[in-house]
Design a protein around this ligand. Structure first.
Ligand SMILES: Cc1cc2nc3c(=O)[nH]c(=O)nc-3n(C[C@H](O)[C@H](O)[C@H](O)COP(=O)(O)OP(=O)(O)OC[C@H]3O[C@@H](n4cnc5c(N)ncnc54)[C@H](O)[C@@H]3O)c2cc1C
Length: 530
């Protein structure tokens, strides 16, 4: 039996930040529990390795949504990281923070103290920015934020086409204005992925007061009345109790609400139906789920303009050698090097769609692993930044190892359907620009049979093809499940600190915002101890 000041469940984007910050004081005993294993595999360090982690049970939880009513009843595959680093160990590495209007909405939803002015210092605290040196950025945090290393001529051609389509250039999406097009910034260090395990855990691992236990599935939080007293874990079939003064759930937007429910914190009737004793009736647990949903346009191109042939077959060998010896080449890129933030209508306070472009094309579906198309191709995708649609994630049974029921409810709002349709029109217009024509072969997706002038035909394509951008949030929202210090309301000694507490998904990729909120959450916990 061991006793800790803090028990952190989940060593993902948020959990690793917390483990580092809370164990900085040698008198504080911290235990970090992770269901997956270490992050030693090269797949978790070579940026392009992420594709090989999909559907691999060692690194990916491989969730699926329920049949989605607005997506022709399709189930959508949801990869989620399972190792030290969590989803930051398998993500696309794109560093985008969101915009001030996101945090104004958070405050409006009850997240007092989370305005843009109040969260910016925490983004900067985390950041070690290589490209921009100004008041918007931090330069001495643990999280390396660096330039795309493998800029390709097609990236510049696509940027020129975006300019031609009326989208201005923006050298820094994390500067004062998000709008425009440009290169993304990556959370990488000298060509290596920089997960939160690399950034926060490696420097803290040797601390005597930090215990890290891998392959430890937390089964439930233990309570004495309404006071959390520890957790029960299962490690290789052996049950173990870990006791502590404060339990922090950092299992991510899928696992944290499920953990609360199997521990007795959730909607009373729902829990009783699953045979779970109710500790605290909290009907919002698992509700209000948000995610970004994207749709794509793919064109064939000449072999020399696509990355595809460089990353398969025997050509993978020189690519791997280039990465290993020089930290250069196509394997340094996790996902899309180029993007844009655009407006689909007038009168908005911030761009409402985001574009990602890559000079490659992949086969991607629920059944198999993601892999490069044999045919040389380029791909651009668009997603709405601030969706209205809300879904839910709930435990299916009292057993944490039963995957929960995920109902994303994508495109259930008319605004979301309209915005994605308008976003697709922006993408198609970019592909029509003369800058791109010398490089394009035939359109592969939507196929040439799709009548692009017909909104209904384009909407039918969206329903057939749209998929997740991997940004689930809001299932344990501030103001609904946790208070503004991220403490679970109605019980003692229990917090949730991860992407699930965002009252709304931010306008951009969610890793940076999760790290920011863990930095701020750690400060709240330390302040309460003083
Ligand atoms: C494929 C993919 C690509 C993405 N691309 C980008 C991108 O390019 N840029 C960006 O900003 N964001 C991206 N994201 C999103 C971003 O990575 C996530 O929003 C962020 O990592 C969420 O952090 P988290 O701490 O909430 O959860 P996670 O990082 O998922 O961490 C949760 C951890 O808890 C562990 N856990 C779960 N249940 C238990 C349990 N019962 N017991 C013990 N441990 C448990 C998990 O194994 C995991 O390690 C991507 C995500 C994915 C999956």
């Amino acid at each position: 039996m061991s006793y800790y000041d803090y028990i952190i469940v989940g060593a993902g984007s948020a959990g690793c930040v917390l483990a580092n910050r809370l164990s900085a004081d040698p008198d504080t005993r911290v235990c970090l529990l992770e269901a997956g294993g270490s992050n030693r595999s090269p797949l978790l360090h070579v940026p392009a390795g992420w594709a090989a982690t999909f559907k691999n049970p060692k690194y990916d939880w491989s969730f699926e949504t329920e049949p989605e009513p607005e997506l022709d009843g399709r189930q959508v595959y949801w990869p989620r990281g399972k190792s030290l680093g969590g989803s930051s160990a398998i993500n696309g590495m794109i560093y985008v923070r969101g915009v001030p209007v996101d945090f104004a909405a958070w405050e409006h939803a009850g997240a007092k103290g989370w305005s843009w002015e109040e969260v910016l210092p925490y983004y900067k605290k985390a950041e070690r920015q290589q490209i921009h040196d100004d008041e918007m950025h931090g330069s001495d945090g643990p999280l390396h934020v660096q330039e795309v290393r493998d800029k390709r001529p097609m990236d510049d051609v696509f940027l020129n086409a975006m300019n031609q389509a009326g989208i201005p250039s923006n050298p820094d999406f994390n500067g004062v204005d998000q709008a425009g097009c440009g290169y993304y910034q990556f959370t990488q260090n000298n060509g290596r992925r920089w997960s939160t395990a690399s950034a926060y855990l490696t420097p803290a691992r040797s601390r005597a007061n930090l215990t890290i236990i891998t392959y430890a599935i937390t089964q439930r939080v233990l309570f004495d009345g309404k006071q959390a007293t520890g957790v029960e874990i299962n490690r290789s079939g052996q049950k173990q109790i870990i006791q502590g003064a404060h339990v922090i759930l950092s299992g991510g937007a899928v696992a944290s609400p499920q953990l609360l429910e199997v521990s007795g914190v959730g909607d009373g009737e729902r829990l009783r139906n699953l045979g779970i004793d109710v500790v605290h009736h909290a009907p919002d647990v698992g509700e209000h789920l948000q995610d970004h949903i994207l749709c794509k346009v793919v064109y064939a191109t000449q072999p020399e303009h696509s990355i595809n042939r460089e990353v398969q077959g025997l050509r993978l060998i020189p690519a791997a050698l280039r990465w290993f010896f020089l930290r250069e080449g196509p394997l340094t890129t996790g996902s899309a090097p180029v993007g844009a933030f655009c407006y689909t209508r007038d009168g908005l306070e911030a761009p409402d769609v985001q574009i990602h472009f890559a000079s490659g094309g992949t086969l991607y579906n629920n059944a198999g692993k993601i892999r490069a198309l044999k045919q040389p191709a380029v791909t651009a995708v668009v997603n709405q930044s601030r969706p209205e649609s809300r879904g839910s994630i709930h435990a299916k049974s009292a057993d944490i190892t039963d995957a929960p029921v995920i109902a994303a409810n994508y495109l259930s709002s008319q605004l979301d359907r309209d915005t994605l349709l308008r976003g697709m029109r922006i993408l198609l217009n970019i592909f029509d620009q003369s800058e791109l024509q010398p490089y394009l072969g035939g359109r592969l997706s939507p196929d040439v049979e799709t009548d692009l002038n017909d909104d209904e035909a384009l909407m039918a394509y969206i329903r057939r093809e749209a998929s997740t951008v991997y940004h689930p949030t809001s299932t344990c929202s501030i103001g609904k499940v946790v208070d503004e210090t991220l403490h679970v309301m109605g019980v003692e000694g229990l917090s949730v600190i991860d992407a699930s507490v965002m009252p709304y998904v931010v306008s951009g990729n969610t890793n940076a915002a999760t790290i920011m909120l863990a930095e701020k959450g750690a400060d709240h916990l330390l302040a309460a101890r003083r």
